[in-house]
Design a protein around this ligand. Structure first.
Ligand SMILES: *[C@@H]1O[C@H](CO)[C@@H](O)[C@H](O)[C@H]1NC(C)=O
Length: 350
């Protein structure tokens, strides 16, 4: 009798374990991209695109300036937490983390980078192809640590998030002559979409199956761009917003075509455009007061080293602002964007 009930318990617990396994959300979050998701890789390379000093990170755990371009966490941190994984995704180049830490989440992103190799050269940051090289290195380190079978499982059940592209337009195409002399804006978008296609195909060949490609934000409404538009009342630059909308449509077409082409691929486009534009137009509705200027400094142009702790104009409560510095959202905004993605496009992965 006792023996029978023990074996029944064993059978039931085996059954539950199996259900839990089938029901498991993603195994890990693996991040590629730029400052929208960089969790500190640029701290370890020689570039001026850094943010590992106050007031950056002042609302992060322990007030630590980790190299995230915000007063706190970035969207991928919130997404990781929402999937029941770690609260913050560690930067791959940070030597204080081990391969064990990276097994459930790792970030290869680098602030200032883009799809285009030339973009990464502007601020000497990590080009996208190099982020991929780091991912390959990571894959072999993980195999050494967990064996091929387990690594293969983790990598094919991980959620890959790619968040990049704004810098190709705002740091490169619209300010430097080279690409403009070579490509019309339409051609340049196609060029970038081609790089995105290659990149996704490459990570697919390296086991990625669940992938979220992030669209462009309403980049004409970033406070820095509004500052260049002061002659027109500091309004959003429509031309840049139209490019963002157009590029996101190209990415959507790319997503549909790759899903047909690559078997077993689950690729989605998570576009922050609509929700962020709505926040910027109706800040009060989301609990904000300011969306045209940022918290740091005068809120019009400061970011990176210009956003320093001695700037007397920096706001005291970042939660009242949509933007933290002239180019990057506050932690509060990042949380809203992440939640929105989790409830919409990322819901298929839960
Ligand atoms: C970017 O540079 C890398 C390394 O030199 C090269 O392999 C790659 O083909 C380049 N990408 C494009 C789109 O030109």
């Amino acid at each position: 009798m006792a023996l029978a009930s023990i074996s029944l318990i064993l059978i039931i617990s085996q059954f539950l374990l199996q259900i839990i396994k089938i029901d498991a959300k993603v195994s890990s979050i693996i991040v590629f991209g730029d400052s929208s998701v960089d969790s500190g890789n640029n701290n370890f390379i020689p570039t001026v695109a850094k943010s590992n000093f106050r007031p950056y990170g002042r609302d992060f755990d322990g007030g630590k300036a980790t190299g995230r371009f915000s007063n706190g966490r970035v969207p991928t941190d919130f997404i990781s937490e929402a999937f029941g994984l770690k609260k913050n995704i560690p930067a791959y180049l940070d030597p204080s983390y081990t391969i064990q830490d990276f097994a459930t989440g790792v970030c290869f992103a680098s602030a200032g980078t883009g799809y285009d190799n030339i973009t990464s050269k502007v601020l000497s940051v990590i080009p996208l192809w190099k982020e991929l090289e780091y991912y390959k290195e990571y894959q072999s380190r993980l195999e050494e640590y967990l064996g091929n079978q387990k690594t293969s499982e983790i990598l094919s059940e991980a959620l890959y998030i790619i968040s990049i592209g704004t810098n190709d337009f705002l740091e490169n195409y619209y300010v430097l002559p080279h690409r403009q002399s070579q490509f019309s804006i339409e051609e340049y978008q196609n060029y970038l979409a081609g790089i995105a296609r290659n990149f996704i195909t490459q990570i697919y060949e390296l086991k990625a199956r669940k992938i979220s490609l992030t669209g462009l934000p309403p980049m004409g409404c970033l406070p820095l761009e509004r500052t260049t538009n002061l002659a027109f009342g500091g309004n959003c630059i429509d031309r840049y917003n139209r490019v963002a909308i157009n590029f996101n449509q190209k990415l959507q077409a790319l997503v549909e075509s790759l899903n047909k082409e690559l078997s077993g691929l689950q690729l989605v486009l998570s576009s922050p455009y609509t929700i962020l534009y709505d926040i910027i137009q109706n800040p009060y509705f989301y609990g904000f007061e300011y969306s045209a200027t940022a918290c740091c400094g005068t809120g019009r142009f400061e970011m990176g080293y210009l956003c320093d702790q001695h700037n007397p104009f920096t706001c005291s409560d970042a939660d009242r602002y949509v933007f933290w510095d002239s180019f990057h959202p506050t932690e509060k905004t990042n949380g809203i964007l992440a939640n929105y993605a989790v409830k919409t496009t990322l819901a298929v992965f839960q």
